[in-house]
Write a protein that binds this ligand. Structure first.
Ligand code: AHR
Length: 510
């Protein structure tokens, strides 16, 4: 009896493995030119992200400004378009003047309970961004700071007159920096945030801060700390929406802040639908508040599968375990789960790229970064290669598609579709690149491509770039970078290709 049941189960599995998954170009829709700011980054004054990360004066790998040249080179590989700074929780008790007053005096960083030497401040940040070739994006202190302190920072960066512009000139920078992107606050809704605000306080504070900042430079693109739930964000939009260009939302789906026990690959796959849920919820709030159709865009300006480890942040009586932060450096944490999840996140943003205009991976260096930087060099972790493929190998337009996906992957009482698909094209719609993700940890999955919709005849083989590692738990470490994409071709049978297990697979059709 047992053998018959197993045989039947085998047939079911076989049937499932051959079940059809199709992607079809939506008729009568327009392709969307997405913003490359979807591939943005975030860096914070936390642990070794700045000091010991991007800024290592005296290190043989650093330039005359103390900036790690290997890190700059890696960021150029990612074509990083924008970097958000200086926080993050750090910013909610940061006073920007400490970072531009010479000589620099160290201050106590109440957010992370360490001393900040202030040798990396606004001038160094802007100079570093110029060397990376990215836009600066400054997040201001709406915790312990004031609307005036925020607008004074704008004056320091962008004005040509007044005492703050004169201070910038005295510091050797007579020309305005023209920092275009500014966020009012960081997660001011959270009890963990210094100077946290109530819902009733937040809207008016954002409104008055926006007015002052725009008085200092009316051309600013303004963001405010928001959430994908309406209790916080609807009152914010009602009070200050008319001044905002973006709402800023954040997401970390493996909460390792206090206990560092990374979720398994398959458990992480169950979170891959989370980013799109947050995006759809935020879009609904924007629509209901009258700021839909792009009047206000979404900036997912902190995102990472893995929450940073920093016990016991937010428990100000218990205090912080500073040494535990070293657990963020464990190479084994960053596996194909991170690479596959990150690709699903970026596909979700690309599907909604008419509204989602920016996303900042959090952070770029150390902590949970795509780069692990140590005194003698750096490691490109698995997610680096996902970011690399999206920044370098996709085409500039998203072509709306609809998928009929039958296979799922499951864990405990949850499940998700095995495949995640987006299609991109060139301006003329002659060349196409699919970004296909197979979350299944062990099975390749078939996908039927829409050659007809692309105006192409079905090929017998297609070019493919695949990031899969040597297994779901594969990771990169010093001297061992086995997780890297490779170029190959895939057979096409009846218009279908087989997508390797646990992979990010880009397929080029030209
Ligand atoms: O864990 C890091 C923190 O995550 C950032 O400082 C904050 O913005 C978010 O809560």
């Amino acid at each position: 009896m047992k053998k018959i049941l197993l045989f039947a189960a085998g047939l079911l599995m076989a049937g499932a493995a051959n079940a059809q998954n199709t992607t079809t170009i939506k008729p009568d829709t327009q392709k969307i030119e997405y913003s490359n700011m979807l591939f943005g980054q975030f860096i914070e004054h936390f642990d070794t992200q700045i000091y010991g990360g991007i800024f290592c004066p005296g290190n043989p790998l650093s330039d005359e400004d103390g900036f790690r040249t290997d890190v700059i080179a890696a960021m150029k590989e990612l074509k990083v378009p924008i970097v958000r700074w200086p926080g993050g929780c750090f910013v909610s008790s940061y006073h920007w003047l400490d970072g531009v007053t010479n000589p620099r005096v160290p201050t106590y960083d109440k957010a992370w309970q360490v001393e900040d030497p202030n040798t990396f401040g606004t001038d160094e940040y802007v100079k570093w961004c110029r060397k990376v070739g990215c836009e600066p994006y400054i997040c201001t202190n709406a915790g312990t700071g004031t609307a005036e302190e925020m607008s004074d920072w704008v004056e320091y960066c962008n004005q040509t007159m007044g005492k703050w512009a004169r201070l910038r000139a005295q510091n050797g920078h007579p020309e305005p920096y023209n920092v275009k992107y500014w966020s009012i606050g960081n997660e001011n809704y959270g009890s963990w945030e210094l100077g946290a605000k109530t819902v009733d306080e937040w809207g008016p504070l954002v409104r008055e801060s926006a007015k002052l900042m725009l008085a200092a430079d009316k051309s600013l693109m303004l963001f405010a700390a928001a959430q994908s739930n309406r209790n916080w964000t609807m009152p914010l939009l009602q009070a200050a929406g008319r001044y905002l260009n973006y709402v800023s939302i954040h997401g970390y789906w493996d909460s390792l802040q206090h206990v560092d026990n990374p979720k398994s690959y398959i458990n992480c796959m169950m979170s891959t639908d989370g980013p799109e849920r947050d995006i759809n919820n935020t879009i609904a709030i924007l629509n209901d508040a009258g700021f839909g159709e792009g009047k206000i865009k979404i900036a997912f300006d902190e995102w990472n599968l893995r929450g940073w480890h920093h016990p016991w942040h937010g428990d100000f009586r218990r205090g912080f375990d500073l040494e535990a932060r070293r657990n963020n450096d464990k190479a084994t944490t960053y596996t194909m789960a991170d690479a596959v999840f990150s690709a699903c996140f970026l596909n979700a943003c690309l599907r909604h790229s008419d509204i989602v205009e920016m996303a900042c991976f959090s952070p770029i260096v150390n902590a949970r970064g795509a780069l692990y930087v140590y005194p003698e060099g750096l490691v490109k972790r698995s997610t680096f290669y996902t970011l690399y493929m999206y920044a370098n190998d996709l085409l500039p337009y998203v072509v709306p598609t609809e998928e009929d996906l039958t296979q799922t992957v499951s864990y405990e009482n949850r499940s998700t579709k095995a495949l995640d698909v987006i299609l991109t094209s060139d301006k003329d719609g002659k060349k196409f690149v699919y970004a296909v993700i197979n979350k299944d940890p062990q099975n390749e999955v078939s996908l039927t491509l829409d050659f007809k919709g692309m105006g192409k005849t079905a090929k017998s083989r297609v070019s493919a770039k695949i990031l899969a590692g040597e297994g779901i738990d594969d990771y990169n470490d010093i001297g061992d970078e086995s997780v890297k994409p490779y170029q190959t071709t895939l057979n096409v049978r009846n218009g279908s290709v087989s997508i390797p297990a646990h992979s990010v697979t880009f397929i080029t059709i030209d």
